[in-house]
Structures are given as structure tokens and as C-alpha cells.
Design a protein. Structure first.
Length: 604
């Protein structure tokens, strides 16, 4: 979001559009866990999803890199698969006076006014601190999404890096007028407020931005959110004045990140949502508006819930109850909604299948009142902000989503007043959202499996029973109930044995894989082996894995149980690693020989 203090009109420009991606081998793809982190987590809990798209995103609004790093364990425990930073590029420091104070109301939007393509700024931290944060995120299996501002620079010409103080680097500084918001040429070729609008047709500008993205990835980012996406033209755009389209998005989106989404605030056909969705995921801003209406009026409409977007598939959407644009809007679009209601809205979007939900972390003490309390001076830019992002109920919904990753959904009302909604995921579990203000004995239809379920939200003391297609239990007022039972990961029964097979006929229960190390690598060879299962990830040992046995001067081996065939393996000597940290492991093949290019053949 961008707000120019010197403008007379109080105008707020929305800014959300980017996306993230798996930071290395994480979430349930490759989990590198430090000793400190593994000691804090229940190995039977699926804290992260298998990809950014399938998990939840925490928008760490104005948190510094160090703050994010210091709270990474909390973020993982709360069930988030990824975090989204504020823009990390060098930014303006104050209107011509080098003011570096970190009061929210004064300067939060300055990160959306870049002055160069350097990484690091006075609000969030240095590039080295960004790298350290990404490294820690990787250890915890958390992916990092960077908010990127490709459309414009700041409005202060003298603050822009001299390399970009050339008028040909910009479209124009003519401002979009109030009567031009329906005009695609004006929206994409003119300036938001007085921000210098980058000439996105220029190959130089495109290359500068793409180089910046690649440096972010090299530093540890997995994905991007693109701010003000719909203010950058699409290919083949034209009007009665001629062509004004460009190849900006085809070129920029062709980077090596694993997740990208754009801030495309919906405006009917004018915002061209389905066209932008060809290049990236996009925001479902209208769906957020509907969710907030449910919270404001204490009802739920299943038909509205099911229509998350009119022209873009659900798996291409990023959803939210609120974003930083809603929260900071001068009209107080979402600020008045208290946390306890935000929680209900969060359950409505995060418990469902498809789309990628984003949770906005408010400043400490912000929101929840009718007056303007967006920035109540209880925290500064760089601080953690409100701790509600790790509320037990919020975390329970996040982990429910991870556990139900491959399950279909079914939505049904739990009462006749449309105040109670059941979000069922296959037969495995259900989230019940109660908008009503009273506790009562609940009894409704359900399709989940028979059994007794403990509510994983609240204090864990409440139970529900499912029998003969009905669910019953005590439903708390204004609450989220999270119900599912995990399969026993350690069955006590012994495996059956075919008596017709003698011990001598029984195939070996182990296999061996080999690695041909480069000459430049040390002899401290380890193999990290893991395999995804229905209950999580099984691994032979924590990172860096098991020490390998030297077979020849260059070949090392590791024995493992046959169950890991089809799993993944990574090789490291402590300083070098293959596959690289942003890649999944090689597939485990029986008696396989690997080198730095992957599977070479069977070892002879």
C-alpha cells in the first residue's frame, strides 16, 4: 500500500500481489531441522503443508528480518507454511529530511516507495540480516515470500538512486485522475498519486527487476507478491489510441521462484483478473469483502462462500479476511473487526480446500474499535506486532488445513439461521464455525466418520460424537471448533507373515545407495534420507543425515530400509550440498549410484 503524505487527497492505494515459494526442501518436501527446532515440535503434527499453495501464509507486516528470525519457532508451531515480508528493497527515509523514525502511522508505507533495487532498508534490516532470516526459515521448514514493488519508485525525485534519475526510465509522472480508473491505458501508463511510474515496456527496467528477483532467490526467498499488479500492462493491450501492451509479465514471471501472486484488486472486467492469472496466482479481494460482511452481520451464505471468484480457478487464488490495504484504509474497512471475529473469518477461508489463505499480522493493540486505532503506538515498525497470529484456535485451523491437504470439502449449515457452518474435509475431519452468541447443545448432519473427537481448538477439553450421520456436542458461542482424529502412527500389531515363504526365500529388507563425490568435496560425507507418508515425513536422521561409508576414493555408500525406496536423498559434506537447498532430493532407487547431476545408474 502506498500513501503520500504531501497529497491533499486522502487516497489509499492497495498493494498486494506476490508470492512466495518453498524455501528449499521444506514444509513436507525436505525438512532440515536444527537440534533446537526439533526439540520444540511434536513429530506427529503436520506443522507445514507440502507446498506454499496448499498451506497458509503469515503476512509479517512491517516485522524486521531479525524479529521474524527470532519468532520462527512460534510461526512454525502456529502451522504456517510460509511468511510474507514487507518490501525489502532500499526505500525512502522521509520527506526530504532523512527521518528514520519507526512510528507506524508516519512511515509504514515507505517500504512501498523504493529508491533502488538494492536489498535491505532502514525499516526491515540489511541484506545480510535477510539472508540469516531465510537460513533460519529453511531450518524450520518455512518458505519466504517477498513483497515486491515493480510498478513505481518513490515520488521524491532526489531520493531516487542517481542511476535511475532519467526521465526515459519512467512512463510519466502524470497522475491517474479520479475519472480515469476505468481506463486501462491511464491505469497502467500513468502514476499512482505522484509516484514515479517505471517504464515497464523498457527491457532495461525489466532486466533490473528480474535481476533483483533472482538476487532475492539467491538470498533464500522462495516466492513473491507483486504490488499493484493491475497497474502494469498485459500483452496485447490496445485502445483507440493504439497498442500499449508489453511483455513485462511474461518475462518477469519467468523466474525460478516456486510461488508468485499478484495484487489484482477486483473491479469487474476492468481489472482483467483472468489475464493476470495466466502468469501468477492473484488476490481474491471480493471474497474477502464477502467474508467481512459475514462477520459484520453474523451470518454465513454457502453460495457466496463457494464463489470465491467469477473467472479464476480457486487454486489460483490468494484469500484473506483482511490485508494491509484493508487494515490501513482511511475508511477503516477492516480495522473495526475485533480479533475474536477475525478468527471466525480465518476459519472460513483456511479450513477449506484450495486457494492459499493469508493471515495479516496487525500492529500491537491495533484494530477492534470504531475509532481509528490502526496504529496505537504500542509497537513500532520492526516489532512482532499483535500475537494473535499464534492464537491456539488460529493455529488449530492452520494445522487442520495441513492435515486435510488432499481431502475434498463439503460445506453445510449446522442450523436454520445460517449462523453455523460445517466445513467437512472428506470423512477425516470438520471445522465448525459458530457466528451465534450463545452456547448450546449442538446436533446436526455430517459426513465425517463415526467416532469421538476432541476439539483441538480452545482448551482441548470439549468432545463431540459422530454416530449414524449425526454430530453432537456442546457448541461454544462465537467459536471455532476443530475436529479430526489422526491414524495411529505406531500400530502395535505385528505385520502378517506368509507362512509359505521360508526365511531363505525372504527378500532383503535393506538397500544401498552410492554417491560419487566431486574431488573438491571433503570426506565428511552424509546422506539425508526422507520419505513422505500419510502421517507426515519419515527420515532416517535429522540434518545433515547419516555419515556415509567410504567405498573408494570418490564413492561413498549408505544402507537403508527398503521402505525408503521411492523417497528422497540429499548428499552433503557440511559445506557443499546436492541437490541445492532450493531443490527436492533425488529419488531413492535400489542400488542406485548418484553424482552431482543425479541418478547415474545401478552401482556395479
Amino acid at each position: 500500500m502506498k500513501k503520500i503524505k504531501k497529497c491533499k487527497k486522502r487516497v489509499i492505494i492497495a498493494s498486494t500481489a506476490l508470492v512466495m515459494a518453498l524455501v528449499g526442501v521444506f514444509s513436507y518436501k525436505n525438512i532440515f531441522m536444527s537440534k533446537a527446532s526439533t526439540q520444540q515440535f511434536d513429530t506427529n503434527t503436520k506443522y507445514t503443508a507440502s507446498s506454499i499453495e496448499k498451506g497458509t501464509i503469515l503476512q509479517t507486516f512491517c516485522w524486521s528480518f531479525k524479529t521474524i528470525k527470532d519468532h520462527m519457532a512460534d510461526i512454525k508451531k502456529a502451522g504456517y507454511t510460509s511468511i510474507q515480508t514487507s518490501p525489502i528493497s532500499e526505500c525512502i527515509k522521509g520527506e526530504k529530511n532523512n527521518d528514520t523514525s519507526k512510528q507506524f502511522y508516519k512511515h509504514w508505507y515507505f517500504t512501498y516507495q523504493p529508491v533502488s533495487y538494492k536489498i535491505g532498508n532502514y525499516q526491515l534490516g540489511t541484506e545480510e540480516e535477510f539472508k540469516e532470516m531465510c537460513k533460519t526459515a529453511k531450518e524450520y521448514g518455512i518458505s519466504v515470500i517477498v513483497d515486491v514493488v515493480p510498478n513505481h519508485m518513490t515520488s521524491e525525485w532526489d531520493a531516487i538512486d542517481p542511476k535511475y534519475q532519467r526521465k526515459d526510465y519512467y512512463h510519466t509522472n502524470a497522475v491517474i485522475e479520479d475519472n480515469e480508473w476505468g481506463n486501462r491505458r491511464s491505469v497502467t501508463q500513468k502514476a499512482l498519486l505522484t509516484l514515479w511510474d517505471v517504464n515497464t515496456h523498457s527491457r532495461e527496467a525489466q532486466n533490473n527487476i528480474l535481476d533483483y528477483l533472482n538476487r532475492c532467490i539467491a538470498d533464500g526467498a522462495s516466492g513473491f507478491r507483486y504490488d499493484t499488479t493491475k497497474h502494469i500492462e498485459l500483452p496485447n493491450e490496445r485502445d483507440n489510441e493504439g497498442d500499449f501492451g508489453s511483455d513485462f509479465w511474461p518475462n518477469i514471471s519467468n523466474n525460478t521462484s516456486t510461488f508468485q501472486y499478484g495484487e489484482v484488486l477486483q473491479d469487474g472486467e476492468k481489472s482483467k483478473d483472468s489475464e493476470y492469472a495466466k502468469y501468477m496466482n492473484i488476490t481474491a479481494s471480493e471474497h474477502g469483502y464477502k467474508i467481512r460482511n459475514f462477520l459484520n452481520y453474523n451470518y454465513i451464505d454457502i453460495n457466496e462462500m463457494l464463489k470465491r471468484h467469477s473467472s479464476v480457478n480457486d487454486n489460483k487464488l490468494v484469500t484473506w479476511v483482511e490485508s494491509h490495504d484493508n487494515y490501513t484504509d482511511d475508511k477503516l474497512v477492516s480495522t473495526h473487526i475485533p480479533n475474536e471475529k477475525i478468527k471466525l473469518g480465518w476459519a472460513l477461508i483456511a479450513a477449506r480446500k484450495d486457494s492459499t489463505p493469508l493471515f495479516f499480522s496487525r500492529p500491537t493493540g491495533g484494530g477492534g474499535k470504531d475509532n481509528d486505532c490502526r496504529f496505537p503506538n504500542q509497537s513500532l515498525i520492526g516489532d512482532e506486532g499483535d500475537t494473535f497470529y499464534k492464537d491456539k484456535d488460529v493455529a488449530a485451523v492452520n494445522i487442520f488445513r495441513n492435515e486435510m491437504e488432499n481431502e475434498n470439502e463439503y460445506l453445510r449449515y449446522g442450523d436454520n439461521d445460517r449462523k453455523v457452518l460445517l466445513i467437512e474435509r472428506g470423512k477425516k475431519g470438520v471445522v465448525i464455525v459458530n457466528m451465534g452468541g450463545e452456547n448450546y447443545n449442538f446436533n446436526a448432519e455430517t459426513g465425517i466418520a463415526n467416532g469421538t473427537y476432541i476439539d483441538r481448538a480452545h482448551d482441548g477439553n470439549n468432545t463431540f460424537k459422530v454416530e449414524n450421520g449425526r454430530i453432537s456436542g456442546r457448541l461454544p458461542a462465537c467459536s471455532v471448533v476443530v475436529l479430526y482424529n489422526k491414524d495411529n502412527p505406531n500400530p502395535t500389531s505385528s505385520p502378517s507373515v506368509d507362512p509359505s515363504i521360508s526365511p531363505s526365500d525372504t527378500p532383503s529388507t535393506q538397500t544401498t545407495v552410492y554417491f560419487e563425490k566431486p574431488k573438491s568435496w571433503s570426506d565428511n560425507m552424509h546422506a539425508y534420507v526422507y520419505k513422505e507418508t500419510s502421517s507426515g515425513v519419515e527420515k532416517i536422521s535429522d540434518w545433515p543425515g547419516v555419515k556415509m561409508t567410504k567405498v573408494t576414493d570418490t564413492v561413498y555408500s549408505i544402507k537403508m530400509d527398503n521402505k525408503y525406496i521411492g523417497g528422497k536423498v540429499l548428499f552433503t559434506d557440511g559445506n557443499n550440498q546436492i541437490p541445492a537447498s532450493n531443490q527436492p532430493g533425488f529419488e531413492v532407487k535400489a542400488n542406485g549410484l548418484y553424482n552431482t547431476n543425479g541418478f547415474k545408474g545401478n552401482y556395479k
